[in-house]
Design a protein around this ligand. Structure first.
Ligand code: ADP
Ligand code: ZN
Length: 214
């Protein structure tokens, strides 16, 4: 069973790799960042709460995030595998995930860490654009759309995420170093962690697929 956690700093390319892997293995993509952005777009109470943290680069509180993931992982489409992208991000989240996944008989099988140098993260995030409608990722230099400012896939408008500015990014990188990086050791000790070089994203996909096929 592929019950996967995809880890890595903001800008490592988790979202890009996740989209390829879920298509390859036909498992649901559980991105807490996407779930929060969806709630923000819909203007729900969860969205309003999440926005107050996300836009400045801070993490959303653990109890909120854990509750959201618990509900999602319990749905029937996760019975034959799932890919978590951006969760867990703190030790309490990892501990909660361990008990939730045990409880429902869907324990983690692989933890993948995508390592990327910091200068590269900043370059990627500051040039990143996303489709307002479908969320597809672009980059002003590396992944240009066919028509400027327009999504190749759905024709939606390309925008910059509110947290993709230098100020919020430095808060996100600090949160990653302080709160998320300790998880690498946590999963290393459990023998679940495998590290990959994320500096070239098109090389990485076939490597991840081969690794997961075992
Ligand atoms: P990135 O990896 O580029 O920072 P994400 O889309 O994964 O992007 O997350 C965007 C924001 O959503 C985070 O900066 C944080 O505010 C919030 N978020 C996402 N996942 C979590 C989580 N597991 N715990 C707390 N906050 C989260
Ligand atoms: Zn689109």
């Amino acid at each position: 069973m592929l019950n996967i956690i995809l880890m890595g700093p903001p800008g490592a390319g988790k979202g890009t790799q996740a989209k390829k892997l879920i298509a390859e293995f036909n498992i649901p993509h559980i991105s807490t960042g996407d779930m929060f952005r969806e709630a923000i777009k819909e203007g729900t109470p969860l969205g309003k709460l999440a926005a107050s943290y996300i836009n400045d680069g801070h993490l959303v509180p653990d109890d909120v995030t854990i509750g959201l993931v618990k509900e999602r992982l319990s749905k029937s489409d996760c019975a034959h595998g799932y890919l978590l992208d951006g969760f867990p991000r703190t030790i309490p989240q990892a501990e909660a995930l361990e008990s939730i996944s045990k409880e429902i008989g869907r324990e983690i099988s692989h933890v993948i860490d995508i390592e990327t140098p910091k200068e590269e993260l900043v370059r990627r995030i500051c040039g990143r654009r996303v489709c307002k409608k479908c969320g597809a990722p672009y980059h002003v230099i590396n992944i240009k759309p066919k028509v400027d400012g327009v999504c190749d896939i759905c024709g939606g408008e390309l925008i910059q995420r509110p947290d993709d500015n230098e100020e919020a990014l430095s808060v996100r990188l600090e949160a990653y170093t302080k709160q998320t990086q300790p998880l690498l050791e946590y999963y290393q000790k459990k023998g679940l962690l495998t590290k990959f070089d994320g500096s070239n994203s098109s090389d990485l996909t076939p490597k991840l697929v081969a690794f997961l096929r075992g």
